[in-house]
Design a protein around this ligand. Structure first.
Ligand SMILES: C[S@@+](CC[C@H](N)C(=O)[O-])C[C@H]1O[C@@H](n2cnc3c(N)ncnc32)[C@H](O)[C@@H]1O
Length: 208
């Protein structure tokens, strides 16, 4: 099999194009030798080293939050609103959760993950949908104004089990006072996290 195809198949990269790009940059080592030809043939028993991490930024964002507040602890099913590059979904799948993800467009990664029984992708506008799913983890990371994020939180909190947890990503801090007030009236806050060098704030919470 071609090396680029093999790397995609083994999930080192989310697409063959990305695998090819890394090979051409000299970032893939097969049995101790840097290989720069994407069509290089491999049989499958070779020692493969990949010098770059292809996982989307969201993966590391969610991982850091999970390490700080044990967000995924005990969770079995997540609703990922704003699939984007798939970082949140990949992190949840890697941690054994079933994932339902929504985005306006279906990417190559979303179609590929949809072949797995644990992953469902729904293409469409999250503001206009009416979903019946029940989940114990709700992830909201949609490029919209803070009021939009809050309205998604209010809309999809009905999908949460009583112990379920939420991560909502609010863009462009500081958080408006009305939003903070509404959140503290309706929900229980576990933590607000303001990361450095990011134009967003994370709210982690639960139903009251
Ligand atoms: C910042 S990205 C999400 C990144 C994602 N958490 C990750 O880990 O890669 C925001 C996503 O929200 C999606 N989005 C924006 N408006 C939306 C809407 N009305 N309904 C569903 N998705 C929407 C965008 O298409 C974009 O992919």
């Amino acid at each position: 099999m071609r090396l680029d195809e093999f790397l995609k198949k083994k999930r080192y990269f989310s697409s063959r194009t990305r695998a090819k790009r890394a090979i051409l940059k000299g970032k893939v080592i097969v049995d101790g030798e840097v290989i720069t030809k994407p069509s290089f043939r491999v049989r499958g028993g070779e020692k493969i080293e990949v010098l770059i991490d292809d996982r989307p930024e969201g993966y590391f964002k969610l991982k850091a939050i999970d390490e700080e507040v044990s967000l995924l602890k005990g969770a079995k099913r997540a609703l990922d609103i704003g699939f984007g590059a798939g970082g949140f979904s990949i992190y949840c799948l890697e941690n054994g959760l079933e994932v339902i993800a929504i985005d306006l467009e279906e990417t190559e990664l979303a179609s590929e993950l949809s072949r797995r029984a644990e992953f469902t992708f729904i293409k469409g506008d999250a503001f206009l949908m009416d979903l019946e799913y029940i989940v114990d983890l709700l992830l909201i990371d949609v490029t919209t104004e803070q009021k939009g994020t809050l309205s998604l939180l209010n809309k999809y909190s009905k999908c949460l089990t009583s112990n379920g947890r939420v991560l909502s990503v609010f863009k462009r801090p500081p958080i408006e006072n009305e939003i903070k007030d509404e959140i503290s009236r309706k929900y229980h806050t576990i933590k607000w996290i303001t990361p450095e060098e990011k134009d967003e704030v994370y709210w982690i919470g639960k139903l009251r």
